[in-house]
Design a protein around this ligand. Structure first.
Ligand code: ATP
Ligand code: MG
Length: 444
């Protein structure tokens, strides 16, 4: 992609309305613009990141044996009345009327719609277990939308729903999602800590939030530091093996103190966690999982026949990840004083290619050749081909935060070498194009 042709409305000034670093950086880097309170337009750079997060989330959902569907954003109020939640949900729900004066709503979550779908399509225990998810926009009329996309009113969520015959089987579905969440956040470059949580308006009796540490987070957290050192991706997971999955969950929940202020008990914290391992700070909720049994299946008639021919309500759970919130949360976790430092798996481009002397024949030729070589190798590159000062290009590259900066300059162009540097390191090296390509492909 050529920078001169790209749609990238960056900002020089730090926008006043942005309270936290991720919001400021997202606006300055031309990733989003606010359309109206808590509602954002995603610009090409921001959308690339959000799409990558969604794809990675999708990959881990599928790996755990879930199937993707797509439910509508607009829902019938009658379904919510039937489940008994329409009046309870409160002012966060956006209630709408159609031209026939029927009550509709913009979905803040999808338990009702999917339970109704299930009731109309599945009748036998033989069709269980089932894990169905979608990645869809939600609307919650938050009292205080703030922090940019981290607490929006319209936001993109991955929500998964499990259906099982027995509470034990349902616990296995819950455990599978627990482990797939650990893997998902680790692949995104984040260390997410599972914490026992309250169930709130979703209901139920078992729930964990997944929280990443950030000083600007809305949740106060207390945990055992050793949870932050666990290597999740090296665990071999066989999702069909109930005992193995349960063991991983156990190893992340038992014997480790980790909770938000909802559950915090200062005496227990002091008693259970040695002083050197106590962490107290703030965090961002990036995921939340719930087991709630038959809370929705009973009122909405999601019944199956069991092996003895008895009709029983299915056991359910729901599992959410804040996909659009994660864009901001990753920036909160990965930035420095100059700008964003994207983890490679979600970086909008892998390389900022800078031609410091546009118009110089040798520089232009080498930069073009480099861009084509990167594209041929399947590496996403943004080539800054504008007639701007080198300084402006370097500071923009730091702001946008792609993992690599490759510089073509008159000093090196004649010898066909490029100065390459990682975003998170100070040391650059000058190497021939082939070697630069080899370094990049070996590193990712
Ligand atoms: P919070 O406590 O932050 O208000 P919640 O507990 O109401 O969130 P859930 O119903 O658990 O949210 O939704 C699942 C996920 O969706 C959350 O873990 C979070 O990552 C994301 N999410 C929830 N509300 C918002 C919002 N207003 N803006 C962006 N993402 C959100
Ligand atoms: Mg929550």
């Amino acid at each position: 992609m050529r920078r001169s042709r790209y749609y990238l409305p960056t900002l020089r000034e730090t926008p006043k309305e942005a309270e936290i670093i991720s919001h400021r950086l997202m606006l300055r880097a031309g990733m989003v613009r606010q359309s109206t309170a808590g509602i954002y337009i995603w610009l090409p750079l921001g959308l690339r990141v959000m799409d990558k997060i969604a794809d990675l989330v999708r990959d881990e959902q599928n790996r755990a044996g879930s199937h993707e569907i797509l439910m509508p954003t607009i829902q019938s109020a009658d379904l919510w009345r039937k489940a008994g939640r329409y009046d309870d949900y409160g002012p966060e729900m956006l209630r709408i009327k159609d031209r026939q004066d029927r009550d509709l709503l913009y979905g803040p979550t999808n338990e009702e719609v999917i339970t109704d779908l299930f009731a109309n399509t599945v009748t036998s225990y033989r069709d269980l277990p089932q894990l169905l998810y979608h990645i869809q926009w939600k609307f919650r009329d938050e009292l205080r939308p703030r922090f940019g996309v981290m607490r929006g009113r319209e936001f993109l969520m991955k929500d998964n729903y499990s259906f099982d015959l027995t509470p034990e089987a349902s616990r296995h579905s819950y455990n599978k999602m627990f482990v797939s969440y650990l893997r998902t956040f680790a692949r995104l470059g984040l260390q997410a800590i599972p914490m026992e949580a309250e169930t709130g308006p979703i209901g139920g009796n078992l729930s964990h939030e997944f929280i990443i540490i950030a000083s600007t987070g809305e949740s106060a957290i207390w945990c055992d530091k050793s949870l932050l050192e666990r290597d999740v991706l090296s665990l071999a997971v066989n999702y069909d093996n109930e005992a193995e999955v349960a063991e991983i969950v156990r190893s992340f929940t038992e014997g480790y103190y980790a909770c938000t202020d909802e559950k915090h008990n200062p005496e227990l914290f002091a008693k259970e966690v040695p002083e050197t391992r106590r962490y107290q700070g703030r965090g961002i909720e990036v995921g939340h999982i719930f087991h709630f049994g038959t809370k929705y299946s009973e009122p909405l008639g999601a019944m199956v026949s069991d092996a003895n021919g008895n009709r029983v309500p299915v056991q359910m759970g729901s599992y959410g990840i804040g996909v659009s919130r994660l864009v901001g949360a990753i920036i909160e976790a990965c930035h420095d004083e100059k700008g964003i430092c994207w983890p490679a798996p979600v970086a909008p481009f892998q390389v900022s290619l800078i031609n410091v002397r546009v118009g110089n024949t040798a520089c232009d030729a080498l930069a073009e050749k480099t861009m084509q070589a990167l594209q041929a190798a399947g590496v996403e590159v943004l080539y800054d081909d504008r007639d701007e000062s080198a300084g402006a290009k370097f500071s923009e590259a730091d702001l946008l935060g792609f993992p690599w900066r490759w510089v073509v300059s008159p000093r090196n162009a004649d010898s066909g070498t490029i100065e390459i540097k990682r975003r998170t390191e100070d040391e650059a090296q000058v190497v021939p194009l082939e070697q630069a390509l080899a370094l990049l492909t070996n590193s990712s």
